[in-house]
Design a protein around this ligand. Structure first.
Ligand code: NAP
Ligand code: ZN
Length: 351
């Protein structure tokens, strides 16, 4: 076993505090990564605060992990000691069901999917995430991070990156299409960068006037303030694809009205409460409303390599683990441009 220092939530109201636990000894196909950087995803906050229900405590959040491989089991092929490695939202799956065989482990139906945290391994051991000194992971769930990428700014690619890249690829977004990205947060700004890089005409939808110039800088052809209903009338029936990254409760019906015939709107944001949809907003124009969850390991590697080739990383504000509770408050208040990343070296001073 190996001693691991971390920050954990002990209940939905405790906030995050220093915590220590043991990681498993590495097996033949495991690697051990010394964590250098970990992104702060809004999903960390939803789960720490039990906003989706069923949270498991103590909880060590963090699923945007980049670090240095410090040990590798004898059968490991993908990475070697000294390489930069990454871990995203999953650390194990059944590997045998239709989804796993298709390389889409995030949709594992074998009931053996283990998330990076807030989840249990099959022996009942809790999975602890990236707000920690190191992680032990089977190489099948580890990613290679190109040395061309800044490791701190690459960390959010492991969740915010793949969650937006995957639906854009699945729905074949590209040149000649008009695409909307709703919400300019951690996921939204990556969706904007990818949709722009894939050659679409991109409209960024935002509630924040303070983000308009950034949206343009990050690749938006146009920025739409959602506070003005007139903006929706002008753009009615003109979009091929809309990606909704919003974390809070909001009405999707006005966005469905923006889709042209056969257009699709895809939800990746996970607000706390269910919402209503008018049947006619889908029927008129044969529109689709769908959802998408992160992406498989193979596609995550493809996305990381795409980012290395196209010079795409996240816009980050580096922070320390000591500031994590403050950081959560800032994310909830929509005061982040556009992803917090924890410099995990700070953990050494914390515990
Ligand atoms: P974030 O950085 O907080 O960004 C969310 C953005 O949504 C905000 O920046 C804001 O953008 C907008 N927004 C927030 N509350 C709103 C409201 N009530 N009405 C309208 N707009 C609002 O969050 P994130 O880390 O990108 O995560 C976004 C959501 O995706 C979360 O629910 C998270 O749990 C979920 N998620 C899903 C997956 C998946 O696999 N599907 C993976 C990761 C995360 P503007 O200021 O531009 O309006
Ligand atoms: Zn996430």
């Amino acid at each position: 076993m190996s001693h691991t220092s971390a920050y954990a939530a002990l209940s939905k109201t405790s906030g995050l505090k220093p915590f220590a636990f043991e990681r498993r000894v590495i097996g033949p196909t495991d690697i051990k990564i010394e964590i250098l950087f970990c992104g702060v995803c809004h999903s960390d906050i939803h789960q720490v605060r039990d906003e989706w229900g069923g949270s498991i405590y103590p909880m060590v959040p963090g699923h945007e992990i980049v670090g240095r491989v410090v040990e590798a089991g004898r059968a490991v092929k993908k990475l070697k000691v000294g390489d930069l490695g990454g871990v995203g939202c999953m650390v194990e799956s059944c590997r045998a069901c239709e989804s796993c065989k298709a390389g889409e482990e995030q949709y594992c139906t074998g009931d053996k999917l283990v998330w990076t945290y807030n989840s249990l391994f099959k022996d009942g051991t809790p999975a602890y995430g990236g707000y920690s000194s190191h992680i032990v992971v089977d190489e099948a769930f580890a990613l290679k991070i190109s040395p061309k990428l800044d490791p701190a700014a690459a960390a959010p690619l492991l969740c915010a990156g793949i969650t937006t890249y995957s639906p854009l690829k699945h729905w074949k977004v590209g040149p000649g299409q008009r695409v909307g990205i709703v919400g300019l947060g951690g996921l939204g700004h990556m969706g904007l960068k990818f949709a722009h890089a894939m050659g679409a005409e991109v409209f960024q939808f935002t509630t924040s006037t303070s983000k308009v110039s950034d949206a343009k800088r990050l690749g938006a052809d146009q920025v739409v303030l959602t506070s003005d209903p007139g903006n929706f009338d002008k753009l009615a029936r003109s979009f091929d694809f809309i990606l909704d990254t919003v974390s809070g409760v909001h009405d999707v019906t006005p966005y469905l009205g923006l889709l042209r015939r056969n257009g699709s709107m895809v939800l990746v944001g996970v607000p706390e409460k269910p919402f209503a949809v008018q049947a006619f907003s889908l029927i008129l124009g044969r529109r689709s409303l769908a959802g998408s969850g992160i992406g498989g390991i193979r596609e995550t590697q493809e996305m990381l390599d795409y980012c290395a080739d196209h010079g795409i990383v996240s816009e980050i504000e580096l922070t320390s683990i000591q500031k994590i509770n403050e950081v959560y408050e800032r994310v909830v208040k929509n005061d982040v441009k556009y992803r917090f990343v924890i410099d995990m070296q700070s953990l050494a001073q914390a515990t």
